[in-house]
Design a protein. Structure first.
Length: 277
């Protein structure tokens, strides 16, 4: 690889000390380095991703890498995460190891993992992608909301809960895990549906095929009141749904392309990252 595109989380590297150190190392080895251009909210400016880039280096935590995947849109640029955060399930390289990682990229072709993404559609004009999860959760007062879960047009379950998480395998170690959902090997192709604080004896998650189409319907509240819930993609984009509306979720055509340099198994990584939690 000869050209690297650096995407930095400014909150993790405020003075760009790490960014500049990595840039110098790349340029000292005769390679090209381009820094991302961002708006005031930290999103990559549309149309500024260089076509000549071979790999994006994402400096931050898992959230930074997820945002980068979303910001890059239809680009097929592979991403390597360099961890400046805490757990770092997605960021493959610790900061102390960045030189060794770059040396391997300079001289060889790395393995690329294709991670499944999901697409959510609701109402008119609401369409977005998620790397980790799509979450439907109550707004406003503390109360439970009734949700209906349809799979391929057939009613599967009704939940009385704070919300529902539809997770990818990549997202299974995030909110899904906190809500009691199962951990899934990240390269698998499936959905995990997990209720949030369900008011029922059986609150098990449901694991579904990646070929299924999932619909969540917002039901009527007590005494015929209209319910309002938030629809959230990867904890970022958020909009409101009301009683009678549905969100349709399916496997996205786009995938997240992550550079894999570590030979460590996912289970070993998980055990190490979650130690003491």
């Amino acid at each position: 690889m000869d050209c690297f595109y650096i995407i930095t989380n400014r909150l993790k590297d405020r003075d760009f000390a790490v960014t500049n150190e990595i840039r110098r190392y790349i340029e000292e080895h005769g390679k090209k380095c381009i820094l991302s251009e961002k708006d005031e909210e930290g999103h990559i400016l549309p149309g500024t991703v260089p076509e000549e880039a071979d790999c994006a280096l994402v400096l931050g935590g898992d959230g930074t890498l997820i945002r980068a995947v979303r910001d890059l849109g239809d680009s097929n640029l592979p991403l390597l995460g360099i961890n400046l955060g805490t757990l770092g399930f997605l960021t493959d390289v610790e900061l102390k190891d960045f030189r060794e990682a770059l040396d391997r990229l300079f001289t060889g072709t790395p393995d690329i993992e294709e991670r499944m993404m999901i697409e959510g559609v609701a109402g008119e004009g609401i369409r977005d992608l998620a790397v980790n999860d799509i979450v439907i959760a109550r707004e406003g007062k503390l109360r439970i909301v009734q949700y209906k879960l349809y799979v391929n047009g057939v009613l599967l379950n009704t939940y009385l809960a704070d919300g529902v998480i539809i997770s990818t395998p990549t997202g299974s170690t995030g909110y899904n895990l906190s809500a009691g959902g199962p951990i899934v090997e990240p390269t698998a192709k499936l959905f995990v549906v997990t209720p949030i604080c369900s008011h029922a004896l059986n609150t098990s998650s449901v694991v579904l095929s990646a070929d299924d189409v999932i619909e969540i319907e917002i039901c009527e509240g007590r005494y015929g009141k209209q319910e309002k819930v938030s629809l959230c993609f990867d904890g970022a984009e958020q909009m409101t749904l009301v009683t009678g509306e549905r969100v349709s979720i399916r496997r996205a055509e786009k995938t997240a392309r992550l550079v894999k340099l570590s030979r460590e198994s996912f289970m070993k990584t998980m055990r190490k990252k979650m130690k003491g939690n």
